[in-house]
Write a new protein. Structure first.
Length: 269
């Protein structure tokens, strides 16, 4: 699909993505017009906020079931839409005793709502919209019958979750064992994290901007070419399942493999 313009919706709670740097990066890479828009979740009407609240997942082992939010949940959604920073006050994945305590959303359902919000004002099919959010978006996987956190949902609109970048690709196995042990003793996990200095992304990590570039490439390549992800670790389109691989492909390698670079060059012709 041809793209005439790309709209990037900011996540103001995560300044580290450095949205204006991302704009420059995309302009240099794709030579298309890029426009930065404010957070998509601001100034929504009550009905839309209620619908977003209805996308929450309460049992990750069950496929999506429409949830009828109560007043408290709608009030929460309203405040977190206005000030996305408030999401940081909720239980983080790494601190959760039960994963059900984390605020999670069905990514495809949220994507449908964002689609409706955007198409109300823009019906140009050649515009690609990419939304950054700190919400944890998940998709249900039928192969193991449970929801998994996602960093990116490729489509139009695409969603890139900063929390997903940090939590979806796994940290080292040993880290989880050590962290679990500390939690069971009622101790803080920060010391354990220190032992893994820089081996995985943390909240408000300075590397998030570079990592976001990779996920933007994945969303845009998918839209333009229909080509989803690359098997090679030496390519920024690699769909990392481990933090180690994510940091390797996006930071150490930091470029496309030959095949995908050739594809990009062809797009410019
Ligand atoms: Zn590749």
């Amino acid at each position: 699909m041809k793209v005439s313009k790309i709209f990037l919706y900011d996540e103001p709670a995560v300044q580290e993505i450095q949205i204006s740097n991302l704009k420059n990066f995309l302009q240099e890479t794709f030579h298309v017009d890029i426009e930065i828009k404010k957070c998509i979740f601001n100034n929504l009407d009550g009905k839309t906020i209620e619908k977003i609240s209805g996308c929450r997942i309460f049992d990750p082992k069950m496929p999506f079931k429409e949830h009828l939010p109560n007043k408290q949940e709608i009030d929460f959604e309203k405040s977190v839409c206005e000030d996305t920073k408030l999401m940081e006050k909720t239980t983080m994945v790494e601190n959760a005793e039960r994963i059900e305590d984390v605020v999670m959303y069905d990514g495809f359902k949220v994507q449908n709502i964002i689609y409706d919000i955007i198409t109300k004002n823009d019906s140009a099919t050649n515009n690609l919209h990419i939304v950054f959010t700190n919400r944890l978006i998940c998709t249900y996987d039928t192969t193991d019958s449970r929801y998994h956190g996602r960093a990116v949902i490729c489509s139009n609109p695409s969603i890139i979750s900063t929390t997903g970048m940090i939590e979806a690709p796994a940290r080292p196995r040993e880290y989880y064992f050590e962290a679990m042990k500390r939690k069971m003793q009622g101790l803080d996990i920060q010391d354990v994290k220190k032992n893994y200095n820089g081996e995985f992304l943390d909240y408000h990590d300075k590397r998030l901007s570079k990592i976001a570039e990779g996920y933007l490439l994945q969303a845009i390549f998918y839209y333009m070419t229909g080509d989803v992800f690359c098997d090679s670790l030496d390519c920024r389109l690699n769909n990392a399942h481990w933090q180690k691989d994510l940091l390797y492909s996006q930071l150490k390698i930091g470029k496309l493999c030959n095949k995908h670079q050739a594809l990009l060059d062809k797009l410019h012709l």
